[in-house]
Design a protein around this ligand. Sequence first.
Ligand code: GLP
Length: 246
Amino acid sequence: MSGRIDVLVLDDEAAVASAAAGLFAELIRRKPNAVLGLATGSTPEPISAEMVHLYRDTGLSFAKARAFNLDEYLGLDGDHDQSYRFFMQKRLFDSIDIRAWNTFIFDGTALDPEQECRAYEAKIRAVGGVDLWLLGIGGNGHIAFNEPGSDPASRARVVTPDEETVKANSRHFADPSAVPTRAMTAGVGTILDARQIVLVATGAHKADAVAQALEGPRSSDCPASLLQEHPDCTFLLDSAAASQLC
Ligand code: GLP
């Protein structure tokens, strides 16, 4: 299977958020019980805000939708303010009509994390696969917590994020040394199985990773470049994130 990544360069973060949320709105209008793949991080934050706006002001309903999140820190309870579950509840789920039982995020306190990962894959299969997966990108080209070196066929699993990633994510923690050093993540293969993928990147600090992903070889050295083999993948970039493209 060979694909070609579509690239849309937009003026700013707001335009990227509106375009990304628009793709989800289009999908949900066409397929109300769609399976959404969602992401956390600073980049997707305005997208969640835009989805809340679409729900409140245009009547877009998530009542039948199912949602899976990419990743979660191992060891953090869903009530911990730095867990990705907490982020999703506060930024999106608590403000729209999605049903709690239709939101799937790894349980960071699962007693058997490997089993939690297998159950996550099984749930995705049970609902017929993800229709549209939203991704951010790390400065080193990671997607979810699939760091450089990740197997293109990898499935959900427990991982140890790179030092650079832990450092970048420590900006969200009051105590930077409290960033968990292990996480559960959808695999590259899990992500590539989605029918459609949209990766968002904003800011000059993402420009190098974006250029590697789009113009570098398809290689595990830059996990986002593995998206080149997907048949329906779009990168939504602001001009700063696109600044190193030829
Ligand atoms: C974390 C997440 C990724 C995310 C990345 C970039 O490491 N696991 O899924 O894409 O950060 O986040 P940001 O958008 O905050 O730069």
